[in-house]
Design a protein around this ligand. Structure first.
Ligand SMILES: [Mg+2]
Length: 244
């Protein structure tokens, strides 16, 4: 039984839906890059039917599920799954192999531009400034945000992209990689995240404390020892003060 008495010296953060609201970002990103591709391929004039008529957005989503099932080792690498799905659909739409490759890659560049048009919660910048003076900080994300493309990157010299490691959370490996680079034992560290399955359970299993951002108001009854339920990231500094 972990007693959780060590002083906390390190904090690890999930990103999507922990430091910003990601739903609107993903909706805009999903339609934004696919509309871009639809317009770009229409200009090639190789089919009477537009790409989006042959493959509506729902077909693209289904294709991603098929690709993920076919390639279980890549299941966490969402960028690869998207690009592979686009490539297959572009070939079926009639593009020559090299053109299909080029347009799939260009669509993913558009995807990444939209994906990084995000706004952290207003409290986040000042909070991380403050916490960075007292704790070692790291980011652990399953998402395909490249933290170096965000102004927030300055707070996170250590950032683990779990999807690209092919070991997405709840796998323990991204947590262990972050702790190793922080020079922290699990008992000296707290993980902060919104997903019960991908953030809370794996961190707790390692013996970390967890601040669970219960974004969807799931509650889940009494919290296990070491897990603290918050409703918003802005409540984190008060929790840390209280734990001292
Ligand atoms: Mg999250």
């Amino acid at each position: 039984m972990t007693s959780f008495t060590s002083p906390l010296t390190a904090l690890t953060f999930d990103l999507d839906d922990t430091l910003w609201d990601n739903h609107g970002v993903m909706v805009a990103t999903e339609s934004g890059h696919y509309d871009w591709l639809d317009d770009a391929t229409a200009r090639l004039d190789i089919q009477r039917e537009r790409m989006s008529e042959r493959f509506p957005l729902s077909a693209y989503q289904e294709r991603r599920q098929q690709v993920a099932q076919r390639e279980p080792l890549r299941r966490g690498d969402f960028t690869w799954i998207r690009q592979q799905s686009l490539l297959e659909m572009l070939r079926e739409y009639g593009l020559r192999p090299q053109d299909a490759e080029d347009y799939a890659a260009a669509a993913m560049e558009q995807f990444m531009i939209f994906r990084h048009q995000l706004t952290p919660y207003p409290e986040v910048e000042a909070m991380l400034d403050e916490l960075g003076q007292r704790y070692a900080l790291a980011a652990i994300t399953n998402g395909n945000v490249q933290i170096t493309r965000l102004p927030l990157a300055r707070h996170f010299p250590i950032a683990i992209a779990a999807g690209e490691l092919l070991a997405p959370k709840p796998d323990a490996r991204p947590f262990l990689a972050a702790l190793a680079r922080l020079g922290s034992t699990p008992s000296q560290a707290m993980h902060v995240g919104d997903s019960w399955r991908e953030d809370v359970l794996p961190a707790l299993r390692l013996g970390m404390r967890v601040a669970w951002i219960d974004k969807h108001d799931e509650h889940r009854g009494d919290m296990p020892a070491g897990v603290f339920r918050l409703t918003h990231i802005r409540e984190l500094p008060a929790l840390l003060t209280h734990l001292k």
